[in-house]
Design a protein around this ligand. Structure first.
Ligand code: 13P
Ligand code: MG
Ligand code: MG
Length: 382
């Protein structure tokens, strides 16, 4: 048996006409750079995009995180950024937030999700990439697929799934290190749910089999760009790797959870809530307010080779799902910036609206005595 690592690393290094999609030239160059390393450091690779994010899917035998593999991604993104700058693409190099590479892309801007395993004779795996949203966007679908028999009948029907799954959840607001909690489903289901509902702060980092405790089922990227940059520089746009079938939920048990199109943070200026729409791979971001989107690829892996690939949200069923999700999005946008349509203040704290509110503070006064004819305070336009 072979020990294989799947490293998924993605970044936005510039896009055409706004935050839409990478140019063909940038995508080709990044693909070229990653392909050069295939056969040398990597066994195989697949390069694609979801909205304006380029996603590198790489297999190798070096474990994770392996600096030289991360460096391939970093250098490919840097080379792509040069082309993006030459073409005047929007946000060229957007997610490369640091100048120097230090052995791991984590903390530098790109998102990464990696998983290492003894390859099964029929290793089936999904890679998900989301644009215009945050890592917590996977909380609900993964919770439903790994812990709720209403969505995941395998929990009832399969002996291998019967013991449930172990969730490692990260507090992504904590920036001094990796602050995590490990909870077992089903015993701690309500505790898991209580954390995961706070998608801005608590994010599933990994999921493990309980029957086979060394078998990792899922890995999710957890980086929050605002915690790296200290200001709004784009949404976190998370990736995830999920092993499926046999001792894990089946590929199709992930369909209904993703078909919910739950409201997630993200979209325009990363400052609103809209439903997460499952889309085919290589779909541009939507001009309808940059509605959050997620794509999923299915792979069969053999000897570390990505033997075959299938686009999991491309079959005809998903058009109906997308129509319904679009309806939810259109309805939410009707209320503009009011209520849950725009994110809570705590999530906008790095944005310009905070400066605006601070300026308004000076204009407040506490009334004493009789109500007088209202007169605005001295106003400086902001
Ligand atoms: P990205 O994070 O995908 O670049 O989107 C940024 C944005 O502000 C879109 O409105
Ligand atoms: Mg962008
Ligand atoms: Mg993006």
């Amino acid at each position: 048996m072979m020990r294989v690592t799947v490293s998924v690393i993605k970044a936005d290094i510039g896009s055409v006409g706004g935050h839409t999609l990478p140019s063909r030239e940038v995508l080709n160059l990044v693909r070229e750079r990653v392909t050069e390393a295939t056969g040398r450091l990597l066994i195989d690779s697949h390069v694609c995009h979801t909205g304006d994010d380029i996603c590198l899917i790489m297999t190798h035998t070096h474990g994770c995180p392996y600096p030289a593999v991360h460096e391939i991604a970093w250098e490919a993104f840097r080379a792509g950024t040069e082309i993006a700058k030459q073409q005047g693409l929007y946000g060229a190099g957007q997610d490369l937030l640091k100048d120097a590479f230090s052995g791991n892309v984590r903390g530098l801007g790109p998102a990464s999700a990696e998983i290492e395993f003894e390859e099964r004779p029929n290793e089936a795996l999904m890679v998900m990439a989301a644009d215009k949203t945050e890592p917590g966007a996977y909380n609900l679908p993964l919770y439903l697929a790994f812990a709720d028999p209403m969505f995941s009948p395998g929990l009832l029907l399969s002996e291998a799934l019967h013991d449930g799954f172990r969730f490692r959840i990260m507090d992504v607001d904590y920036t001094e290190g990796d602050r995590t909690i490990t909870l077992d489903a089903p015993e701690r289901l309500y505790d898991i749910a209580a954390l995961l509902r706070d998608t801005h702060r608590y994010v599933i980092e990994s999921i493990w089999s309980r029957r086979f405790p060394t078998e990792q089922a899922a890995a999710v990227s957890t980086s929050r760009l605002r915690n790296i940059a200290g200001k709004y520089v784009g949404k976190d746009d998370p990736v995830a790797v999920v092993r499926v079938q046999k001792i894990f939920p089946a590929t199709e048990e992930f369909g209904p959870p993703f078909a919910l199109g739950q409201f997630v943070a993200g979209d325009t200026r990363g400052s609103h809530n809209l439903p997460l729409m499952p889309v085919p791979i290589n779909t541009p971001a939507s001009t309808f307010f940059c509605c959050p989107m997620v794509s999923a690829l299915g792979f069969s892996i053999h000897d570390g080779t990505l033997a075959a690939v299938t686009d999991l949200f491309a079959d005809p069923f998903w058009q109906h799902v997308r129509d319904r999700v679009a309806g939810k999005a259109i309805e939410m946008r009707r209320q503009g910036f009011f209520g849950p349509a725009m994110l809570a203040m705590s999530e906008l704290e790095y944005g310009g609206i905070v400066a605006r509110l601070n300026r308004l503070e000076a204009e407040f006064s506490v009334r004493d005595g009789q109500q007088a004819v209202p007169r605005p305070a001295e106003h400086t336009r902001g």
